[in-house]
Design a protein around this ligand. Structure first.
Ligand SMILES: Cc1ncc(COP(=O)(O)O)c(C=O)c1O
Length: 481
């Protein structure tokens, strides 16, 4: 059985073994609210241990945390792995802060999650944006190509890093190896948002992992697809081109001084699980996804994504564990299909204007999942409206004019104006629809009429805005001019 040094230290130091004159204040659950106690159970609250010497220090790991991080680094083939208890968001902030200097330029494809914006602001970076291709049939953003990256780096030799999100939410993976080569040939780092890829590299049927492809760092949401608790992620770093002192300093800066040991313990456990049976787990998730895909394919005219987009617009491989359907041919918008499923007790991972994404993992590979798949098919068949013709929206794929760097815009005075009157103004905030949480506009960029129109259209289709202060979009913050 794979070792779990952090979990073992926690088990040894349980609050029922000592009288705790230290944090947390609930003292092993003794003082916890009864509802919290009944939800979590006394065991979990007893295991909510704190900063004792035998439990190590995440800021200067020398004991069980160091062992857990070393084992995770070895598993993913990195020089250093950091445990992250503030999601991949926190790790992306640390990754950018630790590998670049204020004022550095970074190439950022415009399919990046909003967490990159925090990193740009904190590190004071100057983004140069690239727009990936769009597939009109599947109505999905694809990946940037190595050629696009090379052209951008040739055009601006000051770019110090390439940021890449691969695989994306829908499981579409870029040609990371070729992009790493291009970046390194130009003296730039490759920093990867691998939020959707903590399981990569454990099966030949999955895309290769970022570190295997030569990335300099990769932030992985261990909680999204593998066995860690929500919020738990790992940052993998290669110290070939990144200075260890800078990264250690940056990660300490963005990390709480009171990390939750239940969360860190779950990262240790998830790593051990992958070390022991990562291949099996990857195969199980692909198997379960295929069960659902086969069931959905029985619905006439329903497009079910598998590997159709490989070779298109920078997509090199696909994670078959993600099952995406295009809902338009059913006569349903994405939110309508998701609502129908929710009413029957099925909650899905992602909904956009005309897609529903079912996240399937190793935990679904069991007999009961066949019945879940059947139920999903039945609900969609029952709710389909073949007579209804939905006209899909034009995607908003403009690269807005950048008038200020994100950090400058973040701190600049701004005020709200009516949304409909904002055309031509410099935006003081970011707007995304969540999920997937990809900003359409970032602070410091000029608002155009097409953006306003697109946002209204998405709202009409029942999609939720994320980012701006006023999520109803009656008003929008603009920079004072
Ligand atoms: C591509 C991508 N990157 C980063 C994140 C942020 O991850 P976390 O929620 O772990 O902070 C997400 C979250 O959905 C994401 O989809």
């Amino acid at each position: 059985m794979a070792k779990k040094p952090l979990l073992a230290a926690m088990k040894k130091y349980r609050l029922d073994h000592v009288y705790p004159l230290h944090t947390p204040g609930h003292k092993g659950g003794r003082g916890a609210d009864p509802d919290l106690r009944s939800l979590m159970g006394t065991k979990a609250l007893e295991a909510d241990v704190s900063l004792m010497e035998e439990l190590d220090d995440i800021h200067h790991p020398e004991g069980c945390i160091l062992d857990a991080e070393r084992m995770a680094a070895a598993l993913y083939g990195s020089d250093r792995c950091f445990l992250g208890v503030n999601g991949t968001t926190g790790l992306i902030h640390g990754m950018l802060l630790g590998s670049l200097l204020p004022g550095d330029k970074i190439l950022v494809p415009r399919n990046s999650h909003r967490s990159v914006l925090g990193g740009l602001i904190l590190a004071g970076l100057r983004p140069v944006y690239l727009m990936p291709d769009w597939d009109p049939e599947w109505r999905l953003l694809l990946q940037v190509t190595p050629e696009q990256v090379a052209t951008a780096l040739d055009a601006d030799p000051d770019i110090r890093a390439v940021f890449l999100t691969t695989p994306n939410y829908f499981g579409l993976a870029a040609d990371t190896e070729a992009i790493a080569r291009v970046a390194h040939q130009h003296g730039a780092l490759l920093l990867v948002d691998e939020a959707h890829g903590p399981h990569l590299g454990f099966s030949d049927r999955l895309p290769e992992s970022a570190m295997e492809c030569g990335a300099d760092a990769a932030a992985q949401s261990t909680h999204k697809i593998t066995g860690a608790m929500t919020q738990c992620s790992l940052l993998q770093v290669s110290y070939r081109r990144i200075r260890p002192e800078s990264m250690e300093k940056a990660m300490s800066l963005v990390t709480t001084t009171s990390p939750n040991y239940l969360l860190m313990g779950s990262l240790d456990a998830a790593r051990a699980q992958l070390a022991e049976r990562g291949h099996e787990m990857a195969e199980e998730s692909l198997h379960a996804a295929q069960i659902l895909r086969n069931e959905l394919k029985k619905i006439p005219q329903l497009p079910v994504l598998s590997d159709q987009l490989i070779g298109k617009g920078g997509v090199k491989a696909v994670d078959g564990g993600k099952v995406t359907i295009l809902t338009g041919p059913l006569g349903l918008t994405g939110p309508e299909a998701a609502d129908a499923l929710r009413a029957e007790g099925i909650a899905v991972e992602l909904v956009d204007e005309d897609h529903v994404l079912f996240l399937v993992t190793y935990a679904d590979d069991r007999e009961a999942f066949v019945r879940v798949a059947e139920r999903i098919r039945q609900v969609l068949e029952r709710n389909r409206r073949p007579e209804r013709v939905l006209v899909p929206s034009e995607p908003y794929r403009t690269l807005p004019r950048q008038r200020m760097a994100p950090r400058e815009a973040f701190f600049a005075p701004h005020h709200p104006v009516p949304f409909e009157e904002a055309e031509g103004r410099v935006c003081g905030e970011s707007i995304s629809f969540y999920p997937p949480g990809i900003p359409l506009i970032m602070p410091g960029e000029e608002i155009d009429g097409a953006l306003l129109h697109f946002c209204r259209r998405m709202q009409e289709r029942g999609l939720k805005v994320s980012g701006p202060r006023d999520v109803s979009l009656q008003q929008i913050e603009v920079i004072e001019e």
